[in-house]
Write a protein that binds this ligand. Structure first.
Ligand code: P53
Length: 476
């Protein structure tokens, strides 16, 4: 007897910009992902001013899913997927983001894609905004610095809900909205919010303002979606990296708690519909004077989510700083290495127990169903002499995480909807733009220098995951 509920949503997750390619086809506009070059571990991707001739933009072709989705979905069906998480590329539907009418060719592509999933009984699980807003909204409006973006997002959401109301039940609004808690780096503010900072700007204040507009946009979308189809399940999506105190020093404990508040207050607003006291006090202390209206607060109260979607890859650890009595969190400076934990080739801490901890933490805080919509190991894969990819390191990572997930459900009573490992087919890495950082059960023949046939091959983990799904998590 499986310890997971019947109907548990096993599947895989991707995002449009990381696999579709066809960046200029079907009337698609340029997105923020289309102006990011390739980086590497420790080498950030560059955000260029528009698309510059001669630069390497890995998302332009990606793995050409736009033309190959039928073959790929057939492979997902062969693994027994119950669901498939992807996003709708905003710039396929509204190429510039501010048009009055949507692009029919873009809408049609997702009709075909969802029909193809449904043909095999695979539920689409859809993120509306996954690091791919139309680039025009950045150049013309400054991204989510601008309140107008709320209306543009709302319109996009409404068009998608209306068009796909009979095909899609599970939705999420903004992918990993809380990544931008790391506003000191350029990556998250740009991918989350379309924000490029000028020298000398108050980055933190701008981030909180943008996040506020996104939270309002999300809440409006939730309310509209529930009206369009009351059966919709609309969630938020949070990047969960639990932050542990590095020692039992009370100041480390407090520092970790304050850091958790800063990284996860987004969830409080999505779920409870209001700002927690520690955030309103913080804004006052910092004299941010944000544009938050009474009407916004009403919208937030109304548009609370049905479930929490989360990604889980790693945990963090933190120490207090004797010279700073405020406990204010600086994600790019304050984190320390956790000596009990191994890291991946890209430096991400591998911590299966952290997943159980995270599921319990969310449950204690919010009492809502959870959906693990990303988890996985980015690793280098190589064919052996028999033409096989023996990715036991990936199987080990997933097995140990699934074990902890099952304990959270079975022993701790966590209400869990499903599990969709990230990058079920190899795709372009978000943080580095590399192909080499692979997550898939399905290998795609393409390297970091754009060589390869784009052919698909089943890895050992493909057959393993198929058995995991078939046994509903019994045979790991
Ligand atoms: P890559 C940072 C921390 C946790 C998750 O990441 C993150 C990031 C940003 O990269 O992103 C999510 O490809 C994101 C996906 C992304 C995946 O994790 O950098 O939702 O788009 O591909 C894995 O290895």
């Amino acid at each position: 007897m499986s310890k997971l509920p019947d109907g548990f949503l096993w599947g895989g997750a991707v995002a449009a910009h990381q696999l579709e390619g066809a960046w200029k086809e079907g009337g698609k506009g340029i997105s923020v992902a289309d102006v990011m070059t390739k980086g590497a571990h420790g080498v950030p991707r560059e955000i260029t001013d528009g698309v510059i001739e001669g630069e390497n933009y890995p998302n332009h072709e990606a793995i050409d899913f736009y033309h190959r989705y039928k073959e790929d979905i057939q492979l997902f069906a062969e693994m027994g997927f119950k669901c498939f998480r992807t996003s709708i590329a905003w710039s396929r539907i509204f190429p510039d983001g501010d048009e009055t009418e949507p692009n029919e060719e873009g809408l049609k592509f997702y009709d075909n894609l969802f029909d193809e999933c449904l043909k095999y009984g695979i539920e689409p699980v859809i993120t509306l905004s996954h690091f791919e807003m139309p680039y025009h909204l950045v150049t013309e409006y400054g991204g989510f610095r601008n309140r107008k973006l709320i209306d543009f997002f709302e319109k996009f959401a409404r068009v998608c809900f209306e068009r796909y109301k009979d095909k899609v039940t599970y939705w999420m609004t903004f992918n990993e909205i809380n990544n931008q808690a790391n506003f000191h780096d350029d990556f998250a503010p740009f991918t989350n919010s379309g924000i490029k900072y000028e020298e000398g700007e108050n980055r933190e204040k701008i981030m909180y303002q943008a996040a506020h507009y996104e939270l309002v946009a999300s809440a409006r979308a939730v309310t509209i979606g529930q009206e369009i189809n009351p059966d919709f399940q609309i969630g938020c999506m949070i990047a969960m990296c639990p932050i542990y105190p590095s020692t039992s020093h009370p100041k480390d404990i407090l520092k970790a708690q304050k850091a958790m508040q800063k990284r996860y207050y987004f969830t409080d607003i999505h779920v409870h519909g209001e700002y927690p006291g520690h955030m309103t006090r913080y804004f006052e202390r910092k004299k941010f004077n944000l544009d938050i209206t009474e009407e916004d607060l009403e919208v937030l109260r109304k548009g609370t989510v049905d479930y929490i979607g989360l990604s889980y890859y790693m945990s963090f650890a933190i120490s207090h700083n004797e010279s700073d009595e405020t406990y204010d969190y600086n994600e790019s400076k304050d984190l320390v290495r956790n000596e009990y934990i191994e890291t991946s080739d890209w430096g991400w801490a591998i911590d299966p127990e952290g997943l159980r901890y995270a599921l319990n933490w969310f449950t204690d805080m919010y009492h809502l169903p959870l959906f693990i919509v990303e988890n996985g190991l980015g690793a280098v894969d190589e064919f052996d002499d028999d033409g096989r990819i023996r990715d036991d390191y990936r199987i080990n990572y997933l097995r140990t995480h699934i074990e902890q997930m099952i304990k959270a459900v079975d022993e701790d009573g966590v209400d869990l909807m499903g599990y969709t490992p990230w990058g079920c087919i190899d795709l372009v890495s978000a943080s580095t733009g590399e192909m080499k950082k692979r997550y898939g059960f399905i290998y795609v023949d393409k390297d970091n220098d754009d060589n390869g046939t784009l052919e698909r091959h089943r890895k050992d983990s493909f057959y393993w995951f198929k058995e995991v799904i078939a046994s509903n998590g019994e045979n790991l």
